[in-house]
Design a protein around this ligand. Structure first.
Ligand code: GAP
Length: 457
């Protein structure tokens, strides 16, 4: 741990500790570091990339694959700019910005604690707040003038609204049904100081659940519970999560009610995911702007209605940061301090490490054989460098749930040792039964999640 005070939240790492681990182990690097980096931009290393892929797949599995009522799409990032006029982003997607008259630094007015400039430290130099649109834009086409102005999407959600009719017609889904999407979004954020918590380029995982207006409030509650369960299924502890309803003044321009799933970060409670009741705002607005009818023919009443929408909206980068915070731990093994990430086997970038006890050539063929056998089902890392103790520590620090050690006895008894990350317990198993033994142990390490009805919101 660094010298900064213990975080108050029950999370064992402060931001500095996590940033350092992420870089040291290849989860997250400053973007284009050889050029001095780029503000609020990050590149994901081999472990971070795998971990993000795991989280993305787990979201898709829960939200699309395992459900009959939700389908997925992938819409364009740069699309017709009228979309952003209709969605309200051109006129309303703003933050209050203040500029320091002394150093010309710009800050979000609602993030300032007093009238002292966070950059130059001068008091009373901050100007009056003005609204600043957060959309990033570009020029599309061969002529570099305003006629080609287009926006990088600030949310994936609008792709679902503008495709509502296409999806409904092609899938013939009946209400309630959802459209899900994962992909990059872009915002010209003014305050970007908490690592990958808030960046200008980030990935979202959003789902628009279209429903009858009469069912929308009950479904809002339903999704609050489901989303809380999902975060717990990835290993985040219930006591580090809470739901918080937005005050009226806080609501986005499209929202009738929003609840955030919040996590207790070292700097306090903060938004992990937003679950909004968007009413009929988007479909009505797109219908008005495009002139196309965006309604649903209710087969019971034979009436056209504009469905209401409940939207769970999550950032992939923020989920990853949150899981790392929650999983970080420091303990003592045999009198020695160790850093360990208690990652769930589904999230961990490496599920099994294969470690030949010695670098001697005699062990390598068996260890390689074991490794390729396991690779068919698990994410395997083969490591034969340095002492076995150091290799265990390295795997603990990246959250690998199991290590399999091949030793000289393995050549005789055709068995290997499985060592568990959390307890450090070791058991000997025959190589022939290794896949089953690993599967069983990984199953036992998966978080136990309460049923939908057991969750209180
Ligand atoms: N479609 C609704 C929407 O975009 P939001 O609350 O602005 O709602 C949803 O964003 C989620 O996206 C947030 O809860 C957060 O997890 C993630 N997110 C938003 N802005 C982000 C940023 N600048 N960097 C990283 N993640 C961000």
């Amino acid at each position: 741990m660094s010298d900064t005070p213990e975080p108050a939240s029950g999370v064992k790492a402060d931001l500095e500790t996590l940033v350092s681990l992420a870089k040291r182990r290849g989860f997250v690097f400053p973007s284009a570091e050889i050029y001095g980096g780029f503000a609020a931009a990050y590149d994901y290393g081999p472990l971070g990339t795998q971990m993000r892929r795991n989280i993305r797949d787990l979201w898709w599995r829960a939200m699309v694959q395992e459900r009959d009522d939700i389908v997925g799409i992938e819409a364009a990032i740069i699309t017709n700019p009228e979309v952003w006029v209709a969605s309200g982003h051109v006129s309303n997607f703003t933050d209050p910005l203040v500029e320091c008259r002394e150093c010309q630094g710009r800050f979000r007015a609602d993030h300032l604690e007093d009238d002292v400039c966070p950059n130059c430290g001068k008091r009373g130099t901050m100007g009056t707040p003005r609204q600043f649109n957060m959309m990033l834009s570009t020029i599309v086409g061969p002529v570099s003038d305003e006629s080609g102005r287009a926006y990088m999407r600030p949310e994936t959600a609008q792709g679902m609204f503008v495709n509502f009719d296409n999806v409904q017609t092609t899938t013939r889904k009946r209400l309630p049904f959802g459209i899900a999407q994962q992909g990059k979004s872009f915002r010209n954020e003014i305050t970007v100081k908490q690592f990958i918590f808030r960046t200008r380029e980030f990935e979202q995982m959003e789902m628009e659940y279209f429903c009858h207006p009469d069912e929308s409030l009950a479904l809002h509650t339903y999704w609050k519970k489901e989303r809380l369960r999902w975060h717990m299924s990835l290993g985040i502890r219930r006591e580090h999560l809470r739901l918080r309803d937005h005050d009226r003044e806080e609501l986005s321009h499209y929202s009738q009610a929003t609840s955030d799933v919040e996590f207790h970060y070292p700097w306090g409670w903060g938004e992990l995911e937003g679950i909004a009741h968007r009413g009929d705002f988007d479909l009505t607005s797109h219908s008005q702007h495009s002139g196309k009818k965006l309604t649903y023919l209710d087969p019971e009443t034979n009436q056209h209605i504009v469905p209401h929408v409940v939207e769970p909206a999550l950032g992939l980068d923020r989920e990853m940061l949150t899981i790392l915070f929650d999983a970080y731990d420091e303990d003592e093994i045999g009198g020695e301090k160790r850093v360990v990430l208690h990652l769930s086997p589904d999230v961990a970038p490496v599920t099994v490490a294969v470690l030949p006890l010695s670098k001697k050539d005699t062990l390598e063929p068996t260890a390689r054989e074991v490794s390729s056998m396991l690779r068919k089902q698990f994410r395997v890392q083969y490591d034969d460098t340095q002492s076995i103790g150091r290799r265990y520590r390295r795997q603990d620090e990246i959250g690998t749930p199991l290590c399999v050690t091949v030793d000289f006895d393995s050549l005789e008894d055709h068995a290997v040792t499985i060592r568990e990350r959390d307890t450090t317990e070791q058991i000997r198993v025959p190589i022939a039964g290794l896949v089953d033994a690993v599967t069983e142990r990984l199953d036992a390490l998966r978080p136990v999640v309460p049923s939908h009805d057991e969750i209180e919101v």
